[in-house]
Design a protein around this ligand. Structure first.
Ligand code: SAH
Ligand code: SF4
Length: 358
């Protein structure tokens, strides 16, 4: 007889609300029981079924027997020396490792940076996640669970999760449907209730998905990873540019702005002597002139698989001055959590290196 294969129980966070309701009413319970379970999962954010106090014990037991409450297991937590940035590595039931970051800014903003894939297929040369290649898409539940974990951490300290950025490992628009389902669930009033305007999705520039996103009835913010203003330079850093060159990308972004009336953020990782030259700054100024946008400059977080170095202050300031001449609103994002390997994919790279037999 062949060995019995033991499959993990289905993760209750992978059920949409209609699917959860169908499951529970299918067991003979009334609809409101499913609403109660939903609230325990997403609003109260309990970590076991026994804690769902107002449910009949038979329902709690059946849920525990037939589903799993969550698929993420915390494998490592690292805190920055100033305590403002924390990075979590989680393992998934199939052994994949993903990362989630909590960033706290002065005032009330507390942001979770979520992963949407294990690895990434886009191969951007300076990115630690790109360097490890693609493993698989995350489910909507696995994306949302990262935010729930961060919300629990903050709650224990008397705080609330206020913002979410989909800027961790992976390309959100390559995993479009699960990402959109996760966004809707993050914003759901019966759950975390994160305001849509406080959610940002960042893409490397998948043109058809940007066009599709423009048609969604959402207030979510869009960020585009640009990093270069000429096709030659951008294709050298971001291989996807060969498929969707700058003209196509900018045309999709222009249509998005027109359709939604929303300002777009362009992200630009500054790499010394690579994309921080006056030529690139002028090309960028011309490319974006007159567009409802904002540029976010981020000095490179060095990774082991890429030789480039972050731009020094002088080069950053020169770049900013040129963009200002074109009237383009620009901010320089301080590098956060360098000491916790907060760059996308860097903690996983570190864990794999550490765990490799000598
Ligand atoms: N895949 C999406 C979102 C995840 S990456 C995207 O590419 O937009 C989030 C941002 O971090 C992107 O702008 C990406 O280019 C940037 N990034 C990746 N590696 C980096 C590094 N080593 N230093 C600085 N920024 C980096
Ligand atoms: Fe993927 Fe974004 Fe990294 Fe590029 S920068 S490899 S798209 S995660």
């Amino acid at each position: 007889m062949p060995d019995e294969v033991v499959l993990p129980l289905p993760n209750v966070y992978d059920l949409s609300r209609p699917a959860l309701t169908a499951l529970i009413t299918g067991w003979g319970y009334e609809r409101y029981r499913a609403d109660q379970v939903w609230q325990w999962l997403y609003r109260r954010r309990v970590t076991n079924f026994e804690a769902m106090a107002n449910l009949p014990s038979a329902l709690r037991e059946r849920l525990a027997a037939e589903t799993r409450l969550g698929g993420l297991t915390l494998v490592q937590e690292v805190r920055s020396s100033d305590g403002e940035t924390r990075k979590y590595a989680f393992s998934l039931p199939d052994g994949q490792i993903i990362e989630t970051v909590l960033m706290r800014y002065e005032g009330v903003r507390r942001t979770a940076c979520l992963s949407t894939q294990a690895g990434c297929a886009m191969g951007c040369v300076f990115c630690a996640t790109g360097q490890m290649g693609f493993a698989r898409h995350l489910t909507a539940g696995e994306i949302v669970e990262q935010a729930l974990h961060i919300a629990r951490v903050l709650e224990a300290e008397g705080h609330r999760l206020s913002n979410v950025v989909l800027m961790g490992m992976g390309e959100p628009f390559h995993n479009y449907d699960h990402t959109l389902e996760a966004i809707r669930r993050l914003a759901d009033k019966d759950g975390l209730a994160i305001g849509q305007r406080h959610i940002t999705v960042s893409t490397v520039g998948l043109v058809p998905a940007i066009r599709r996103f423009a048609e969604e009835d959402l207030q979510v913010r869009l960020a585009i990873s640009l990093h270069a203003a000429t096709d030659e330079e951008r294709s050298a850093l971001l291989p996807i540019n060969r498929r969707y060159p700058l003209a196509d990308l900018l045309s999709a972004v222009r249509d998005y702005i027109q359709r939604t009336g929303r300002r777009v953020t362009f992200e630009w990782t500054l790499i010394a002597h690579e994309n921080d030259t006056p030529q690139q700054a002028h090309a960028l100024g011309k490319l974006l002139h007159g567009l409802l946008c904002h540029v976010n400059l981020i000095p490179l977080n060095p990774t082991s698989g890429y030789h480039g170095e972050p731009s020094d202050r002088q080069r950053v300031e020169r770049f900013v001055r040129i963009l200002q001449d074109y009237g383009i609103p620009t901010t320089v994002r301080v590098r956060r959590g360098i000491d916790v390997n907060a760059g996308c994919g860097q903690l996983k790279t570190e864990i794999l290196r550490r765990d490799r037999p000598a």
